[in-house]
Design a protein around this ligand. Structure first.
Ligand code: SF4
Ligand code: SF4
Length: 67
């Protein structure tokens, strides 16, 4: 069975909810796989997600699901 991967739901993400528009989930990601181009942007993965779910647990709006 493949490992789960984090998927950001842009409809649920509201970066204004995170202080300074800085994604809390991206900050929680080991090795900075989840990143924002700039504050208030929706985060995305820049490398293969390792499925640790730290981002999903951290996002205050539950905008990240593990699938
Ligand atoms: S922590 Fe959640 S709500 Fe905040 S920017 Fe990241 S994905 Fe969006
Ligand atoms: S599941 Fe883990 S490795 Fe994947 S984006 Fe989230 S924090 Fe990063």
């Amino acid at each position: 069975m493949p490992k789960p991967m984090a998927v950001v739901d842009p409809a649920r993400c509201n970066a204004a909810f995170c202080q300074g528009g800085v994604c809390l989930a991206a900050q929680a990601c080991p090795n900075r796989i989840l990143r924002q181009d700039s504050p208030y942007e929706v985060p995305y993965q820049v490398a293969m997600c390792r499925g640790c779910a730290k981002c999903a647990v951290t996002c205050p709006l539950k905008a990240i699901r593990m699938v």
